[in-house]
Design a protein around this ligand. Sequence first.
Ligand code: GDP
Ligand code: MG
Length: 370
Amino acid sequence: PEAITVQELANRMAARGGEVVKALFRMGVMATLTQTIDADTAELVVNEFGHRVRRVSESDVEQGLEGTVDADEDMLPRPPVVTIMGHVDHGKTSLLDALRKTDVAAREAGGITQHIGAYQVTVQGGQKVTFIDTPGHAAFTAMRARGASVTDMVVLVVAADDGVMPQTIEAIHHAKAAGVPLIVAVNKIDKPGVNLDRVRQELLQHEIVVESLGGDTMEIQVSATKAMNLDKLLEAILLQAEVLDLKANPNRGAEGTVIESKLDKGRGPVATVLVQKGTLRQGDMVVAGAEWGRVRAMLDDKGRQLKEADPSLPVEILGLSGVPAAGEPLSFVEDEGRAREISEFRQRKLREKQAAAAGAARGTLADMMA
Ligand code: GDP
Ligand code: MG
């Protein structure tokens, strides 16, 4: 049960704040407009005012948005979503760039690449893999804190000449906490005198046991700058994906997660969204975090205009009312009224949270000055 401020309760009943304070007083509860009362007390007040009790909770307003269960027979295979992590300078960006160049579809499109936070490559043979470019581990942590799970596996980049470093260990912890498998990409093997055994032993100390040491973690030796063994890495990713048996129902309203967002001078709010369920279509009404809007335009990582986006495809969308934060969920909704209702509800919750945080901060200050 939620707590609610007296003012908020009055607003929801379209009653005067003073009347609610009076009703509470009659019930023996002394509260001002800004004070919070628990849900049970609120219910008594609502009864007092002769309203039918309807606790507007997350599940009420957002019912049907998430948690729609798909039937097994509607589930179809979807491409894996991969996050590349590792210590600074171990070659994450170089590897992402190199992998992007393996895209057979990009060559057909003339190789125009747009830098959005995620892209999808089509491997020889037509299979697809989506890569997410985490701007840093902090962003990954923020997404996880919001409960967003976007990645199916982590490719851990470890420079052969440097070995396991602090951010390597951090990435191992992230993968473990997220419960996703990890593939080790030992990078920079083009450098002379690299010691692979040392890297393996260091990984072992952090409970990552590679196959050559009898474990089940795949280890691929690559060179991002010399484009060595990228096919083997993609093969390992697809193998892991097969084991995971990744599926989604493409024939339903879309659900996804905002990966990054910005306010663009010319285009307004722009969000990169990973579609995770269903198909997102141009013209769809959506809510994204506390924002809403009709998808005015949709672009892929090659800058091409799309009419629809299926599961595991990252797309840039235009048309939102504001800029949603990375990690926020995006959902298809049937109509504008509902989109507004959900957005208003979430905006209100956001304000309440901010007010509570401000209150807590004031409390701390008061404590300090006492
Ligand atoms: P990030 O910080 O993990 O994104 O690392 P970068 O991709 O920016 O790479 C850091 C440095 O390592 C750059 O100077 C790259 O050119 C270099 N580098 C990356 N991959 C390789 C590789 O496979 N071999 C060699 N010799 N250098 C590499
Ligand atoms: Mg980088």
